[in-house]
Design a binder for this molecule. Structure first.
Ligand code: GDP
Length: 530
């Protein structure tokens, strides 16, 4: 086997998803601690100083305490090279999360044990299920008063429609949290607060049949545990790797990231159950990283102006096969051109660093002179295949954009176009008028705030957003159609996208069907093509 295949086999690339404040950052910090990437937990986000060190480019994140951007971290542990893809914690950015999931081979959901699946996170977690990749659940904050364990699992199963399989089981919670029971080994890992912030804290384990357990966790806790385990063994799904691989069964772990309890156990199990880089579909069939020798990658995210001083634009790509070397050239399939991949970078704990090598499974950021789009493929293979595209979500909120200062038309057009290219918003125009009126569509309303903020800060353009009542968008798929003859409902609006393709906006869902009935042969589709 080639050296590079060996390297790829070590890669474990996953996205980490959570509701804000569930503990994603804390858990990531502890992972890095085990990997020796940082010496002290806290380097990723030590509230005051480094809180946003990794994605420190947007005040809005600080103001709202949410992460709008996602970043990538790499560390080594137990012979694996692990890439963690961070995702925005708010469901208004679920499209961004979906794109990030496209670059991942599995996902870790962090859930706050006192809250379960929160309303705001439902959509975010659902996009995880849509990707059909292995999903692992870490139920965090067991050192706080938690919801009933069975209810928590029920929540996940009902809300997300996937089966769960607890790998371990918590004994109590909050002040009464005694530890977790390992269902496979049939032993109890005892909780103690002493290993906070260190990797060295010895975790004491006791066999479940050891009489000592009675006084270690108390008779009542032990009786409860035995009852729950009996119930669980009868009711819960058996562990089934094949179902895990398909994303139909989520292995569940319990712990407390803050006190560093259950984190290493999780990491160890997770690394065994998750997958090395998987084959991916292209227009010329499946490309398998284990057999395809040439470099190939696809762009899943574009981010401009991450660093105000440099006004740069970075295209994040997932390497799918072969080896990447700094400064190399590759064929940009969509651009039909050879391009030099310059200034490759990776995020390492709290800083960006230049890299000179990477391989299948890794995520890199490349300087983008404005040529890449989301979903584009780069490859050195003579086959010039293109990876399957990344779907765009249908926007659900619309607003008319007005400039406060009409003199700044040029900056405005440039700014709004660049932000649209990043995939943060979609822009449309009124069907009959010229460029003057721009309609913006977003998946989550917070994206409006981001647009406003970024236009002001990066392009010095103030805008006013006038919210429109439409919630449904449909692309008109008919090749030839006279839009002026199309008769719709009174709540319908005709618009076009930047390529001039006609679309319809509706306030009510039922109007879609009525419009179709009124116009014979009209083909409407929910998803846009890029
Ligand atoms: P994120 O928004 O998901 O990244 O959440 P953070 O990692 O920033 O955590 C949010 C808050 O919860 C912080 O104040 C953490 O210190 C706290 N926290 C994280 N994990 C735990 C835990 O296991 N137990 C307790 N009690 N607090 C935690």
């Amino acid at each position: 086997m080639s050296e590079i295949t060996n390297e790829i086999k070590k890669r474990r690339t996953f996205a980490i998803i959570s509701h804000p404040d569930a503990g994603k950052t804390t858990l990531t910090e502890k992972f890095l601690l085990y990997g020796g990437a940082i010496n002290l937990a806290g380097s990723v986000k030590g509230k005051a100083t480094a809180r946003h060190a990794v994605s420190d480019w947007m005040e809005i994140e600080k103001e709202r305490g949410i992460s709008v951007t996602s970043s990538v971290l790499q560390f080594n542990y137990g012979g694996f090279c692990i890439n963690i893809l961070d995702t925005p914690g708010h469901q208004d950015f679920s499209e961004d999360t979906y794109r990030t999931l496209m670059a991942a081979d599995s996902a870790v959901m962090v859930i706050d044990a006192s809250k379960g699946v929160e309303a705001q996170t439902r959509k975010l977690f659902k996009v995880c299920v849509m990707r059909h990749i292995p999903i692992f659940t870490f139920i965090n904050k067991m050192d706080r008063e938690a919801k009933d364990t069975f209810d928590l699992l029920d929540d996940i199963e009902k809300e997300l429609g996937i089966a769960t399989c607890p790998v371990n089981w918590p004994i109590g919670s909050g002040k009464e949290f005694k530890g977790v029971y390992d269902r496979q080994k049939k032993e109890v890992e005892l909780f103690s607060e002493t290993h906070k912030g260190t990797t060295t804290g010895e975790v004491k384990t006791v066999d479940a049949n050891n009489p000592e357990l009675d006084w270690l966790i108390g008779t009542e806790a032990k009786t409860n545990l035995l009852e729950e385990i009996e119930l669980l063994d009868g009711a819960a799904a058996e562990f089934d790797q094949e179902m895990v691989d398909k994303g139909e069964l989520s292995p569940v772990f319990f712990g407390s990231a803050l006190t560093n309890f259950g984190v290493e156990t999780f990491l160890k199990h997770f690394l065994k159950m998750t997958t090395a880089p998987l084959p991916r579909m292209s227009d010329q069939g499946e490309i398998d990283p284990m057999t395809e020798p040439d470099f190939s990658a696809f762009v899943f995210k574009i981010q401009a102006n991450m660093n105000k001083a440099h006004r740069d634009r970075i295209a994040f790509m997932r390497i799918c096969s072969g080896e990447f070397q700094a400064g190399m050239s590759a064929y940009h399939v969509q651009g039909k051109k050879e391009v030099r991949l310059s200034q490759p970078q990776q995020m390492m704990a709290s800083e960006r660093k230049m890299i000179d090598k990477a391989c299948g499974g890794d995520i890199i950021g490349i300087f983008d002179p404005g040529i890449f789009s989301i979903g584009d493929t780069l490859t050195t293979s003579k086959k010039k295949f293109a990876y399957e595209g990344i779907p765009t979500f249908a926007p659900e909120h619309f607003a008319r954009v007005r400039q406060e200062d009409t003199m700044k038309r040029k900056q405005f057009v440039k700014g709004i176009n660049q932000i649209a290219q990043e995939g943060a918003i979609q822009i449309f125009q009124e069907f009959n008028t010229g460029m003057e009126e721009i309609i913006v569509g977003v998946v989550g309303v917070l994206q409006f705030d981001v647009l406003k903020y970024r236009l002001k800060n990066e392009y010095n353009v103030e805008i006013r957003l006038e919210t429109l009542p439409y919630e449904y968008i449909r692309w008109v798929e008919n090749e030839e159609i006279d839009m002026s003859k199309l008769t719709g409902t009174s709540d319908m609006k005709k618009i076009k996208d930047l390529k001039g393709r006609p679309l319809l906006l509706f306030v009510h869902e039922w109007s879609i069907r009525m419009t179709q009935e009124r116009n014979e042969g009209l083909i409407l589709s929910e998803f846009g093509r890029s």
